[in-house]
Design a protein around this ligand. Structure first.
Ligand code: NAD
Length: 323
């Protein structure tokens, strides 16, 4: 049986990787994006592999009539579109809330009213704020520190508030930690340190590490996310209601991460014109250590982040840079 998937934010980093992965599996995709941060190149690249199975519409998630009109014949809705910048969320709280709360309700209600069986949306590790209780598990009391984080938490709460109205729709929230992979915007809104360092190394500039490099992060390859979303969307998991951390469950220091990128580039014959990365002062207020507990997603969703950091970096270099 082939399915049709509706993806909001399909011109973005995760959305374009997901569309590509679904199309490779033989299904069809309807994508919606307003290009606020998404790229036309991402749409063209995915379209080129689609054999007519990718319908892309430029439009806004807040336009409920447009969203509802695109849901005909759709089997699963993946809602990724959002205002993703913490800084912009402080600068214009109203805009943030219209995109991330009203836009979310627009897509969720259109999905629920049509009785589409699966609604999977992007929540964020930002809902947890700064904590030293590692690994971070879903039972940790949320402590959102920005309007962006609060709006993502609001998605989780509204899902719980509204699920009885949409009994035919299973709502799954995925709290993404640092997702990385091919075609991630090096200057985008997330801590896109991997594409930024690759970009700098290849253009002859030193990667910049803030602090002494001992800060740690949990990086998860985008392909692991795509596999998980497909499992849930196809109903190959149990109930899948609620929110789940999506991460690798492993921490790596910024020094080791930078070393891994440099080693991978040198192993492919790239000559680097610097001896060592550049160290700059730590940004006051930045989280020093972050690590997710992924047991819940492993138990309930069968999530296994099988592609590790090193293989993920190799895939970026092969797919995006032909290295
Ligand atoms: N990348 C990460 O590490 C990460 C971490 C936590 C959460 N997330 C969440 O995952 C989702 C996808 O993230 P991404 O990294 O692919 O970001 P992205 O910025 O590359 O993709 C978001 C896409 O949504 C589109 N969009 C924004 N507002 C829209 C609107 N009103 N109507 C239609 N399209 C709109 C943008 O143009 C963009 O293409 C987001 O919801 C983000 O908050 C990502």
């Amino acid at each position: 049986m082939t399915r049709t998937w509706f993806i909001t934010g399909s011109a973005g980093f995760i959305g374009s990787n997901l569309a590509s992965s679904i199309l490779a599996g033989g299904d069809s995709v309807v994508g919606l994006d307003n290009f606020s941060t998404g790229k036309r190149d991402n749409v063209s690249r995915v379209m080129a592999q689609a054999d007519g199975r990718y319908r892309f519409v430029e439009g806004d998630i807040c336009d409920r009539a447009t969203v509802a009109g695109l849901l005909e014949g759709v089997d699963a809705v993946i809602h990724l579109a959002a205002q993703g910048s913490v800084q912009k969320s402080f600068a214009d709280v109203g805009h943030n809330n219209r995109q991330n709360i009203d836009g979310f309700v627009s897509v969720l209600s259109a999905t629920g009213e049509k009785g589409i069986p699966r609604f999977i949306y992007a929540s964020s590790c930002a809902v947890y704020g700064d904590t030293d209780q590692l690994p971070i598990r879903e039972i940790l009391c949320p402590n959102p520190l920005s309007p962006y984080a609060s709006s993502k938490l609001m998605n989780d709460l509204l899902s719980r508030n509204l699920e009885h109205l949409y009994a035919g729709t299973c709502i799954t929230g995925l709290r993404f930690f640092n997702i990385f992979g091919p075609w991630q915007d090096p200057y985008g809104d997330y801590a896109a340190v991997i594409p930024r360092w690759i970009d700098r190394c290849l253009s002859g500039e030193r990667p910049i590490i803030f602090g002494d490099g001992s800060a740690t992060r949990d990086f998860c390859y985008v392909g692991n996310v795509c596999d998980l979303v497909v499992r849930i969307g196809e109903g190959r998991v149990g109930e899948a209601r609620g929110v789940f951390n999506v991460a690798s469950g492993k921490a790596i220091s910024l020094n080791d991460l930078c070393g891994a990128i440099i080693d991978a580039l040198q192993a492919r014959g790239v000559k680097l014109c610097f001896e060592a990365p550049e160290y700059q002062p730590w940004h006051e207020g930045d989280i020093i250590h972050s690590l997710a507990g992924i047991d819940l997603a492993q138990q309930e969703l069968g999530f296994e982040p099988v592609v590790d950091l090193h293989v993920g970096i190799a895939r970026i270099l092969a797919e995006q840079y032909a290295l």
